[in-house]
Design a protein around this ligand. Structure first.
Ligand SMILES: [Zn+2]
Length: 679
């Protein structure tokens, strides 16, 4: 073999043959790998390879694209690692290998591989010839069978780490390498948070390969530092009167605030983000910390600060605080509305001038506080940017922590803007059009910018789907004018769901609706007429909360406002009825997270979803089922970007899903003809 071609010799698969044993004219068939793209690998006689390599075309996949044989070699290399790679990592591999651009059956099989609806056994069948590519491509299992990293059998730490040293991973792209390493470290952390002893013990028996060793060392160094973290002596948190030390997760997050300064906390609801962020502010000895939060969460912040660090001073709701102890640790809790007043900009500048000791800013759920007009949101963003930029210029080590269980709810713009806030710079190269490659890029950056973990809930979660037949109402739905939208459809469905909802009421039940107009008022009347004491927490009316938490209000109607950040419902309520189904999994997680969290005294949290279904001939129509399917299969773009879960069908916006379903309904023809005896 010629020395300059040795790089294409497959490093492992040709043993015991050595390239030095073979002359360039040899007809021996061996395995080669592409000098440009490590995911390209094929078998070919030495002299054939030498011939086209000498013509400047060393890789037959770069040259001719994927064939069934080269695809099989690729899958053969991938197979041992399949269970340990999440779908964003598989996406990255397929993208780098050029497999996303394939067509036909190959493309279908690759997509099933990425969304993890194809399993090891299916692929093994292809490799042994028991199944054809076409069979695999057409025999896709129904959605929902796809698995999730966190549901895998635990503790295959050996396999997890060896996956990163498979020859499939791209080694040229620095950002991709950084992502893969951080993704591996976070996987080890998540396993450790759930099964500390087993995971740490299993790390003694891990592969000795470069990436595996690198990831393991990074993790173990951080683990040691997190355990050695000094908890400030004035930490005094008590929960229900019991002194409560910080959890391992809270120590980790506080440590990362200390070392990274600008970071995201993207852990699930109820995981203790608030304490983690406050602990972080103490770890860096912040003198003044500004907290920005939704309006109704301000009192909670004040309470928790004084509970965890009683020697703190807390001011709320003003940009001109007057401090009683101008040297001790001080916290200013502001709600976002304060950023969008006409005088806000001057006040922010003056605040920063007067506070050279401003060391830290905690930004709590910045996307989720609802605004009436989009330009208010952008004004708020501008002011937030101005504030954090000026603060960072004034204090070199300024810490900024973005906190959210759901950093993206709807659009990729939200993801980019969170990343820009954390990095303190514009990221125009991150594209935000609703495509899967864009979502995956943003996912990689989210992983690099913050820590994500959804804790297993300590209490049981029971979700009941209450099916309501709306067949008789199909003519009403069909006669909606084409100018009508989701609100009008929901107004009709509300009347259909109401009787079932009234039957489900018991004292201390929460009712969620994402539509207000024409729904909340009649709903409130109907509930009061049924004899219940009712409160409202819907953006317009927030007065019902106090009496629901502490008084004799029995039923509380909440809107999206309540789904975000509010802590306290779980102490009095374990029963939630969704009048309509939230449209994104992120919002649904937020909503359930109000009850599924620390301080919930009941063993079981019950959530009821009211599902209207029409039967038309042999078909079933259901707007609610459509939304539910999205939630359960996590098909939305937000999930792709936050959790790296690649959707298994084309991405649809809420409006597209609506038009799709209504179009289907109108194609059925006139109600009288189709409904037959059902009407
Ligand atoms: Zn190639």
């Amino acid at each position: 073999m010629y020395p300059d071609l040795l790089g294409a010799w497959h490093p492992t698969d040709n043993a015991p043959l050595s390239p030095h044993d073979l002359p360039p004219s040899s007809t021996q068939i061996v395995r080669w790998c592409c000098p440009i793209n490590p995911a390209h690998s094929w078998r070919e006689a030495v002299h054939d390879f030498v011939q086209h390599a000498r013509e400047g075309r060393p890789c037959i996949i770069c040259e001719h694209g994927w064939s069934l044989d080269t695809l099989k070699l690729f899958l053969e290399t991938l197979l041992p690692h399949l269970n340990e790679l999440n779908s964003s990592e598989l996406f990255l591999i397929a993208q780098q290998a050029g497999l996303l651009d394939t067509t036909g059956d190959t493309n279908k099989v690759i997509r099933s591989l990425i969304d993890q609806s194809l399993q090891r056994d299916d692929l093994a069948g292809l490799l042994t010839g028991k199944q054809s590519l076409h069979q695999l491509a057409t025999r896709r299992p129904p959605p929902g069978l796809s698995r999730n990293e966190d549901e895998l059998p635990q503790l295959q730490t050996f396999d997890l780490l060896s996956a990163y040293d498979s020859p499939l991973f791209p080694i040229q792209d620095e950002r991709a390498i950084a992502y893969l390493i951080e993704s591996g470290v976070q996987k080890l952390w998540r396993r450790t948070l759930e099964h500390p002893e087993e995971t740490l013990a299993s790390l003694n028996h891990t592969p000795d390969t470069p990436y595996a060793t690198h990831i393991k060392t990074r993790f173990l160094d951080e683990y040691a530092a997190v355990n050695a973290l000094t908890i400030p002596p004035d930490y005094a948190l008590r929960i229900d009167g019991v002194p409560t030390p910080p959890s391992l997760l809270q120590r980790l997050l506080a440590y990362r605030i200390g070392t990274r300064r600008r970071t995201g906390i993207f852990t699930g609801t109820g995981s203790g983000k608030t304490i983690a962020a406050l602990l972080g502010s103490r770890v860096i000895n912040a003198r003044v910390t500004v907290i920005l939060s939704p309006h109704y969460v301000v009192p909670m912040w004040e309470e928790v600060i004084l509970n965890a660090f009683p020697n703190s001073e807390v001011c709320t709701g003003t940009l001109s605080p007057v401090w009683k102890t101008p040297t001790g640790p001080r916290y200013l809790v502001l709600h976002y509305e304060l950023l969008q007043l006409p005088k806000s900009e001057d006040q922010l500048r003056r605040f920063i001038e007067r506070h050279p000791d401003l060391d830290c800013c905690l930004v709590d759920e910045q996307h989720l506080s609802k605004v009436r007009h989009p330009n208010q949101l952008s004004l708020r963003r501008q002011r937030l940017n101005l504030f954090t930029t000026l603060a960072a210029q004034q204090t070199p080590d300024f810490a900024l922590v973005a906190m959210s269980a759901t950093p993206i709810l709807n659009t990729l713009e939200e993801g980019r803007s969170t990343l820009e806030l954390i990095r303190g710079e514009a990221l125009p190269h991150l594209e935000t059009a609703a495509t899967i490659p864009n979502a995956m890029r943003i996912h990689q950056e989210i992983v690099l910018s913050g820590f994500r973990w959804i804790p297993p809930y300590p209490m049981r979660y029971q979700e009941e789907h209450v099916e309501i037949d709306c067949t008789a109402d199909v003519p009403r739905i069909q006669s909606l004018p084409s100018s009508a939208g989701i609100l009008e459809l929901e107004q009709i469905l509300y009347t259909i769901r109401l009787p079932a909802l009234l039957r489900l009421l018991t004292p201390k039940t929460m009712i969620y609706t994402n539509m207000i107009e024409g729904i909340v008022e009649p709903l409130a009347q109907a509930i009061r007429s049924a004899g219940w004491r009712l409160g409202l927490f819907t953006g317009e009316h927030k007065d019902g909360v106090g009496d629901f938490l502490h008084g004799d209000t029995q039923i509380l109607i909440v809107s999206d406002v309540a789904a975000v950040g509010f802590d306290g419902f779980q102490r009095v309520c374990h029963r939630l009825i969704c009048l309509n189904t939230p449209f994104t999994a992120g919002l649904y997680d937020q909503l359930r997270g109000r009850l599924l969290r620390l301080g919930q005294p009941h063993h079981t949290v019950e959530v009821f979803l009211l599902i209207a279904v029409a039967t038309i001939g042999t078909s079933r129509w259901s707007w609610d089922r459509e939304k539910l399917a999205r939630l359960h299969f996590k098909r939305s773009l937000a999930d792709a970007a936050v959790d790296g879960i690649v959707p298994d069908t084309p991405l649809q916006s809420q409006q597209q899903a609506y038009r799709h379903l209504m179009g289907w309904l109108s194609r059925l023809g006139t109600p009288a003809a189709t409904l037959g005896h059902n009407s």
